[in-house]
Design a binder for this molecule. Structure first.
Ligand code: IPM
Ligand code: MG
Length: 357
């Protein structure tokens, strides 16, 4: 298995180092072979090459079996024009790899229940939502521009979705729902937006292929409210690029542990892009403070979705739980009575817990 690794900026290199430890341990325990090739993207690529996504990076990623990304961005590059910012690299690699379905699980670890901002009775015995966000279309990629209007400058962005774009991400979401509790909520703004009306019609048509899945539709404003009112009504959510950006942040905060949440971005084939949901946190870079768990959980998703190794994926997820059960905590999830550890020790502890069966 060839993995393209993009450590990126800020804490990216700190957490990626822990992912290596985990993958090396998985290799020992499960007899899988991994080769790694480190590539530049984001701020470091801007500094060293002058562009956020060098052609060579995209080429090597396309030739790999999976891409593991730390985090990109930082204040240093925030004043550059839009097409030269680290974020442009992120959008470019998503589009370039064709990874149209972004899976963002919001899982509440029972060990961290008190970190959630929601009351215990709302959380019940846990929370496990999978947000499937469309990632390579919509307003993120539509035409935008500025013009002179009667009242001075005007600016515009456009939301465009084609039927095939909606169909493919919807199918991914239905397939995932099938492996979970069998419930799918499609979120749109079909009372206003034409693109949302096409979205809804298309989802309804695709649903005919999945009679075993319970489908419902929600307007995005109601969904934002329902997520905090009663998050346990959701199993799998499918939505557009921008609504998914917003709702996945909301869903992740329900778990109180942004530093714990992974993501996977998938396309038609098995090549996937795996990255933690959190950002590059430049303020704590290189200080052995970052929580590596989101990246390690992203490695588990890589094992599951790109390498089809549910056994190894579960072993990594169980190793994380065991380290938490033993009381190890990085600063962001520290609670009284627990053992405070740094990035390196957390990586070592988790890697050591990885076992077969
Ligand atoms: C995310 C981020 C990105 C997005 C930004 C950094 C471009 O917020 O991955 O959710 O909006 O997609
Ligand atoms: Mg976001």
């Amino acid at each position: 298995m060839k993995i393209a690794v993009i450590p990126g900026d800020g804490i990216g290199p700190d957490i990626i180092k822990q992912a290596y430890k985990v993958l090396n341990r998985v290799s020992e325990v499960f007899g899988m072979e991994f080769t790694f090739e480190e590539m530049l993207m984001g701020g470091r690529a801007i500094d060293e090459i002058g562009v956020p996504l060098p052609e060579e990076t995209l080429k090597v990623c396309l030739e790999s079996d999976a891409v593991l990304l730390g985090a990109v961005g930082g204040e240093k590059w925030d004043t550059l024009p839009g097409h030269l910012r680290p974020e442009a690299g992120l959008l470019g690699i998503r589009k370039g790899l064709g990874v149209f379905a972004n899976l963002r699980p919001a899982i509440l670890f029972p060990q961290l229940k008190s970190a959630s901002t929601l009351k215990e009775e709302v959380l019940g015995d846990g929370l496990d939502i999978m947000v499937v966000r469309e990632l390579t279309g919509g307003i993120y990629f539509g035409q935008r521009g500025r013009s002179e209007g009667s009242g001075g400058q005007e600016a515009w962005d456009t939301e465009v979705y084609s039927v095939p774009e909606i169909e493919r991400v919807t199918r991914t979401a239905f397939e995932i729902a099938r492996k979970r509790k069998g419930r799918l909520t499609s979120i749109d703004k079909a009372n206003i937006l034409e693109s949302s009306r096409l979205w809804r019609e298309t989802v309804v048509r695709v649903a005919e292929e999945y009679p075993d899945i319970e489908l419902n539709h929600m307007y995005v404003d109601n969904a934002a409210m329902q997520l905090v009112r009663n998050p346990r009504q959701f199993d799998v959510i499918v939505t557009t690029n921008m609504f998914g950006d917003i709702l996945s942040d909301e869903a992740s905060m329900l778990t109180g542990s942004l530093g714990m949440l992974p993501s996977a971005s998938l396309g038609e084939g098995s090549l996937g892009l795996y990255e933690p949901v959190h950002g590059s946190a430049p303020d704590i870079a290189g200080q052995d403070k970052a929580n590596p768990i989101a990246t390690i959980m992203s490695v588990a998703m890589m094992l599951r979705y790109s390498f089809d190794r549910e056994d190894a994926a579960l072993a990594v997820e169980r190793a994380v739980e065991k380290a938490l059960d033993k009381g190890y905590r990085t600063g962001d999830i520290m609670q009284p009575g627990m053992k405070l550890v740094g990035t390196e020790e957390m990586g070592d502890r988790i890697a050591a817990e990885i076992a077969a069966g």
